[in-house]
Design a protein around this ligand. Structure first.
Ligand code: ADP
Length: 239
């Protein structure tokens, strides 16, 4: 398995609380990893540290080097946790996609423009960005909803728009923090199926925090976190 993202010896403290206590994790190409564990065990801190949002107090976060023009990946992993804030936020925009519990779509923009926004931030002209954004609506079962504003979408539809937004930049890794946490069970199953399928189709890896074992079971692997440490690891056999 070729590694896309890795955390080595990650430590994060908040005062006397140790949120991460020396975590090692590797994420491979097309890997899908669910992070589970009790509330307060360090799941969100781990996700945000891997995503370059939280800087660890010790340890390193490494990301595969950028793809070359000819499409081949450059050799090796590069350390990202020590980059300056500007480079880090540019890297997050370009190499990572994010899906949160409450879609966090911009309410005043139609769905297709929400999806196009990360592309426009990367300098893709508006018309092209919206055209590329629209290509996601059919595969995600959102046909006909392109011009709806988030307030006119159901929770499940809004979450599918958020998935399209995360994938539109063709990221190396999609991070999802309780992506189904606000949905009923039926909608939750639909959304997790689409999230894992669409992520795999684009070749991105998926790192997800969830408290729902049924949702985690859609991932290839589950990491159990307890008291800031990895306490268990389940690998599902892909048949
Ligand atoms: P989980 O996602 O598993 O619920 P978190 O990663 O959010 O756990 O938190 C791990 C521990 O770190 C908890 O004890 C939490 O209270 C603490 N913590 C997280 N973020 C902060 C913060 N910004 N300030 C202080 N303590 C924090």
């Amino acid at each position: 398995m070729s590694t896309v993202l890795a955390g080595h010896g990650l430590v994060k403290k908040y005062g006397s609380t140790t949120a991460l206590d020396g975590v090692d994790v590797e994420v491979g190409e097309r890997d899908s990893l669910a992070i589970m564990g009790p509330s307060g065990s360090g799941k969100s801190t781990l996700l945000h540290t891997l995503a370059g949002i939280i800087r660890p107090d010790a340890g390193q976060v490494l990301l595969r080097g950028e793809r070359r023009e000819d499409g081949s990946a450059s050799a090796g992993l590069e350390r990202i946790d020590n980059l300056g804030e500007n480079r880090l936020s540019a890297l997050r925009r370009k190499r990572f996609g994010f899906v949160f519990q409450f879609g966090q779509l911009l309410p005043e923009l139609p769905a297709e423009e929400n999806v196009a926004l990360p592309l426009m931030l990367e300098g893709v002209p508006r018309g092209e960005a919206v055209a590329r954004a629209r290509t996601w609506f059919v595969p995600l079962g959102l046909e006909g909803l392109e011009r709806r504003r988030p307030g006119q979408l159901s929770g499940g539809q809004a979450q599918r728009v958020a998935i399209a937004r995360a994938l539109a930049v063709e990221p190396d890794v999609v991070f999802a923090d309780e992506p189904t946490g606000a949905l009923d069970q039926h909608t939750s199953t639909e959304v997790i199926q689409l999230l894992t399928f669409a992520t795999r189709e684009t070749g991105a890896a998926l790192v997800m925090v969830t408290h729902d074992a049924d949702v985690a079971a859609h991932c290839g692997r589950v990491l159990q976190v307890r008291d800031g440490r990895i306490s268990g690891h389940t690998q599902y056999t892909v048949v």
